[in-house]
Design a protein around this ligand. Structure first.
Ligand SMILES: [Zn+2]
Ligand SMILES: [Zn+2]
Length: 148
């Protein structure tokens, strides 16, 4: 075997790459490969891997990565800062963020009731999703088990 020539950055072997990708998949929120790439490059030793190399590996284990992500969300999601239960989150699962309505032109996406101005609702501007305070309470209590 010839000695390995120094390649530009991409030193991860196939197995290590697979593992790093799996770790990245559980380390945060992502839906697109490009979003996962950001998480991936935050992993130790992975920041030099090019996007196309990443994408090739991503395609080959996409189903597995999505499963890992969903599992991670189900088990540790509620302890993650900014976690939003599915019942009240936007359709795109972007983790809607607190948002104060600046006028009374907002309707709750769940109960369809108008939301008064100056109300802190949960919103995602990408999905045009707004949730009024009563619906937020319902959603959160539904997703929290009564007894541990
Ligand atoms: Zn509502
Ligand atoms: Zn959204």
């Amino acid at each position: 075997m010839p000695p390995p020539t120094k390649s530009r950055g991409a030193t991860l072997g196939k197995g290590a790459l697979r593992e790093a990708l799996a770790k990245a998949a559980t380390s945060g929120q992502w839906t697109e490969a490009s979003e996962l790439y950001v998480l991936f490059t935050a992993q130790p030793g992975c920041k030099d891997l090019g996007f196309w190399d990443f994408l090739r590996q991503f395609r080959s284990q996409e189903a597995e990565l999505q499963r890992l992500r969903d599992e991670a969300q189900a088990t540790q999601g509620e302890n993650t800062l900014g976690y939003v239960p599915q019942e009240i989150d936007c359709p795109g699962r972007h983790w809607a963020t607190p948002f104060i309505t600046w006028d009374d032109g907002f309707d709750c996406s769940l109960c369809k009731q108008p939301i008064a101005a100056d109300t802190t609702c949960l919103a995602c501007r990408i999905c045009d999703h707004d949730v009024c305070p009563p619906c937020q309470t319902v959603g959160r209590s539904k997703s929290t088990p009564k007894q541990k």
